[in-house]
Write a protein that binds this ligand. Structure first.
Ligand code: CA
Length: 230
């Protein structure tokens, strides 16, 4: 059975178009017409992916994104934002808030389906990790998205957690900034969000790793690697 996708959009024609095309691809769909419904459905139905329009009556899309990514229950659900051309700055804010990708209106169903598949594929690759991993003084619980240093819980943002996970997954291999940007922020073109974003997140992540910060090594003019013995 294919995944369930929650459509959050108030414009009936667009909902109809999305619903039709997603079902044609074999996905199950849920529809929320406003922000409150969206949060309620995300929490009770736990969809595999959320298509989130930014322009909504009441609670707007960015606020919903922020709420979803700050709750443990919903933080792991990938979010693709639907934006209008005029909302360029909102895209950046949305991605900073933890959205996984965005599609600009008007978009073709084919383009959207391709994005959905890519985002879901990224999620599946993450499933290969063990539920709980201990590295030195760190304990990373991938199922609960929880993280401790010396048994003390440390709060990571969803992007910091993704970054840590991505670095650990490749077991000491070096990853370029572009790779990290593409895999965590979902960009092939590093123009929209500067590669500096990766550096900024690495910096805050290192701080939170405390005594184990030295495990994240900088490879000059290229990227980062996470040192660990299996
Ligand atoms: Ca709308």
């Amino acid at each position: 059975m294919k995944e369930t996708i929650l459509i959050v959009e108030d414009e009936k024609d667009i909902v109809k178009m999305l619903d039709y095309n997603l079902k044609k691809e074999g996905y199950k769909t849920l529809v929320a017409n406003d922000g409150e419904d969206a949060l309620d459905m995300a929490n009770t139905k736990l969809p595999d992916l959320i298509l989130l329009d930014l322009m909504l009556p009441g609670v707007d899309g960015l606020e919903i994104c922020k709420e979803l990514k700050s709750e443990r229950k919903t933080v792991a659900i990938p979010v693709i934002m639907l934006t209008a051309k005029a909302q360029e700055s909102d895209k950046i804010v949305g991605l900073e808030l933890g959205a996984d990708d965005y599609v600009t209106k008007p978009f073709s169903p084919r383009e959207l389906i391709a994005r959905i598949k890519a985002v879901l594929r990224r999620g599946k690759e993450n499933d290969k990790l063990p539920e709980i991993l201990k590295i030195g003084e760190l304990t990373i619980d991938f199922s609960k998205i929880a993280f401790t240093v010396k048994d003390k819980p440390v709060e990571l943002t969803s992007k910091e957690f993704e970054l840590l996970k991505t670095l650990i997954k490749v077991k000491g291999r070096v990853l370029s900034r572009d790779y990290l940007l593409d895999n965590i922020w979902g960009f092939n073109n590093a123009i929209e969000i500067q590669t500096r974003t990766v550096d900024v997140h690495i910096r805050t992540l290192r701080k939170k790793l405390k005594s184990e910060a030295k495990r994240i090594l900088t490879v000059k003019n290229y990227g980062y690697r996470f040192e660990y013995e299996d």
